[in-house]
Design a binder for this molecule. Structure first.
Ligand code: GLN
Length: 315
């Protein structure tokens, strides 16, 4: 058990120094450019916000910067799809296993029958999950997702970054290929452009490190917001999301991250990372320069170091 008060006090004291040390890792990374709009992010930025169950914060660096959630959103659309459809319907369409491949790989879709995506956190799985969000139109589905994310982030006013959305929609041919493949396999049905618009929109929701920390805090609280007492997610669905975050949350570097940090986490190509210490605190990090696995170079370094110094690993 960690002593929350004294831990965050200690973190607050050392955080600026640790952050500057981790920032150097950005030098070895690259800002994502396959979505053109993302390439505008500052290469050396690094920000962190930690929020504990009492509402105490520790923050450092470029934590005022906003960025799009990208793959981080997949954790919460999975949860919404579980709430909308139930566990068995969701797992008829997506699997429960890590792939060991890149997040946008199509390799295993062809290799393993019946061709359902390996898990809901790779693009194929997340596109399938987007199609399962309740709503009569894509606009209604997107509005429900945004509303859910706003409630999870403490009644915030999160918005879609339209420029990033348009940039993804215009250039997302690999995601289109995945979607057509899923239709062919009988996993997806419906209008592909509409399904992709729901997917690209939730990836393009803009947030700050504090928003990530706030959403992570709800997961740390097993689905109940520790700051308001509001029940937002059934505990079972948090358990499912948490397990996927450990096994697949950092793409094909999840094993290494589990060993080095030992925390449930999800990263996105914008350089954001959401992580949490169950029962204790939510963590939001951004560092746009990515390593070869597509995770924030400096962000991974910072979370691993924090977890090791503070003895936060679950394992
Ligand atoms: N890994 C990511 O963050 C990928 C999300 C991005 N929107 C994509 O589909 O490529």
């Amino acid at each position: 058990m960690i002593n929350k008060e004294s831990r965050l006090a200690e973190v607050r004291q050392f955080l600026p120094e640790w952050l500057e040390y981790s920032r150097k890792e950005a030098a070895s990374g690259e800002v994502a450019s396959y979505i053109p709009e993302l390439s505008k992010a500052p290469h050396d930025a690094l920000g962190v916000h930690l929020l504990d169950v009492e509402g105490d914060s520790a923050l450092a660096g470029d934590c005022g910067m906003s960025f799009t959630l990208q793959s981080i959103s997949k954790v919460f659309t999975l949860i919404l799809a579980l709430m909308d459809n139930g566990e068995s319907a969701v797992f008829e369409r997506v699997g429960m296993e890590p792939t060991g491949d890149n997040f946008n790989s199509m390799l295993k879709l062809e290799l393993v029958r019946p061709g359902i995506p390996f898990n809901p956190l790779i693009n194929a799985g997340a596109i399938t999950i987007s199609s399962m969000i309740r709503g009569a139109t894509p606009e209604e589905k997107s509005a429900r997702i945004l509303d859910f994310f706003r409630r999870l982030s403490g009644g915030s006013s999160l918005e879609v970054n339209e420029a990033v959305y348009q940039s993804e929609f215009a250039t997302g041919n690999l995601n289109r290929s995945i979607a057509y493949f899923l239709v062919e396999n009988g996993v997806l049905d419906g209008n592909i452009e509409e399904i992709l618009s729901v997917y690209f929109r939730h990836c393009s929701i803009e947030a700050t490190c504090r928003d990530l920390a706030r959403m992570a805090l709800v997961l740390a609280g097993d689905g109940t917001d520790p700051l308001t007492g509001e029940y937002l997610i059934p505990r079972r669905y948090v358990q499912i999301a948490k397990t996927f975050m450990i096994t697949c949350g950092m793409y094909n570097a999840s094993g290494e991250f589990a060993i080095k940090a030992g925390l449930p986490a999800k990263s996105g190509v914008s350089g954001g990372i959401l992580a949490f210490v169950p029962g204790a605190l939510g963590i939001g990090v951004v560092g746009p320069a990515l390593n070869a696995k597509g995770n924030s170079s400096a962000g991974v370094h910072l979370i691993e170091r924090l977890s090791q110094r503070m003895d936060w690993s679950l394992f």
